[in-house]
Design a protein around this ligand. Structure first.
Ligand code: ADP
Ligand code: MG
Length: 378
């Protein structure tokens, strides 16, 4: 539809939020050497805001007069973009603010969104300087489109807007355990995977989800005759939200209540990992959800059941680099496209991650919000 795509104006004024500590600490050098000359050719002027601490970018975009900028560029890993998205969503004018095209330039060690956008654009799977050059070229072209976000809520009352994925267990452990090898760049994940494989753990909890269904959102789901009439949605009282309040999660019921009857509850309660991803790539060399697109309205839910051997886990992880893991037909690896999910860990064990950032382990649920922001893409 007409509102899905746009192009940045020329000249274009870009605010660049850059984390000098991201990745192996070369983001500022790479920006000056690789990015700035290309953007100058494309008539894109840059104002660089170098972050000094965690949460700095969050505060900056929450309080910024956005009319000065045509795009907000993040030169870092996924963590800094997560701050930017959530800073914008905290604004009373978030509906307007979320129309500002965002752009990611890979400067971190976890560059999953950059790798995904590189893939959607049809480019070969590359890393490091090549990925940075491709993403900068995409910014020079200036086309943007809409991107889904997933609203995540925790039992302790936190709420996040996530663009990449939510994880628990194996992959999240690798992500956080390997932080100490940040100087290795993205190789930190390879080393981390081997270390976590050696001490393969099992996590207990209950996983539930609302499947995508053939016609998303329009057909009534088969339901329990005693359940309230919901037509797949939990009705929200109309017009009660204060202007500027964040969008309600119409598919979710409070975490204290059982999931709606038309949801699926996974019978197994022992997992090696649970990962809900909404982009194709989990890292530069991890093509986890080849079918994912920026606004497919879908959460690609993966879970690995306990009882899997270390060798099989390793085979699957090697296959993820080419996106062929589902072709192995491993009975322990399950994949289901969903619109919402809930995870209730039995005990507060293991690390949870949102867009690669650590989160204390507690019950979490989430649902997709289609086309909530805009992102520069090829
Ligand atoms: P990486 O992929 O290398 O982890 P991220 O963009 O994810 O890079 O950044 C990691 C974290 O660094 C983010 O949570 C962000 O809040 C934090 N951060 C931002 N600026 C700084 C800074 N100047 N010093 C230390 N940490 C920072
Ligand atoms: Mg990170």
């Amino acid at each position: 539809d007409g509102d899905s795509y746009g192009v940045l104006p020329r000249p274009c004024r870009a605010l660049v939020l850059l984390n000098p500590q991201s990745g192996s600490g070369r983001a500022l050098d790479d920006f000056q050497a690789v990015v700035q000359p290309m953007l100058a050719e494309a008539d894109i002027t840059t104002t660089v805001f170098v972050t000094e601490r965690p949460h700095h970018a969050h505060e900056k975009v929450r309080d910024e007069d956005l009319s000065q900028w045509d795009t907000l560029v993040v030169m870092s890993g996924d963590g800094l973009l997560f701050e930017v998205v959530n800073g914008l969503m905290e604004r009373p004018d978030w509906k307007e603010a979320m129309k500002k095209p965002l752009c990611i330039l890979p400067g971190g060690s976890g560059n999953a969104l950059a790798a995904s956008i590189n893939y959607y654009a049809g480019y070969e799977q590359v890393a490091k300087k090549k990925l940075l050059t491709n993403c900068t070229f995409i910014l020079c072209k200036g086309l943007y489109t809409q991107m889904d976000l997933v609203s995540l809520s925790t039992a302790s009352g936190k709420r996040f807007f996530s663009f990449l994925g939510f994880g628990w267990g194996f992959i999240s452990d690798v992500d956080i355990d390997s932080e100490k090898y940040r100087w290795l760049g993205s190789a930190r994940f390879t080393l981390g995977t081997l270390q976590c494989l050696a001490k393969l753990r099992v996590y207990q909890g209950r996983l539930s989800y609302l499947p995508m269904g053939p016609e998303q959102g329009s057909s009534p789901a088969p339901r329990d005759p005693h359940a309230p009439v919901t037509n797949g949605h939990i009705p929200q009282p109309a017009g009660t939200d204060a202007p500027g309040s964040p969008p309600p999660d119409s598919l979710l019921v409070p975490l204290g209540q059982p999931v709606p009857a038309h949801w699926t509850v996974v019978p197994e309660e022992e997992f090696v990992l649970v990962y809900a991803i909404y982009q194709s790539h989990l890292g530069t060399n991890l093509l986890m959800a080849p079918a994912a697109r920026l606004h497919d309205g879908c959460i690609h839910l993966f879970y690995m059941k306990a009882g899997i051997s270390r060798v099989t886990v390793l085979k699957l992880f090697l296959a993820i680099s080419r996106g062929t893991h589902l072709d192995l037909n491993c009975p322990h690896l399950c994949y289901v496209p969903v619109r919402a999910f809930r995870l209730e860990p039995r005990v507060a064990a293991g690390i949870m991650t949102v867009d690669g950032e650590a989160l204390a382990c507690e019950p979490v649920q989430g649902q997709v919000h289609g086309r909530l922001c805009r992102v520069v893409s090829g």
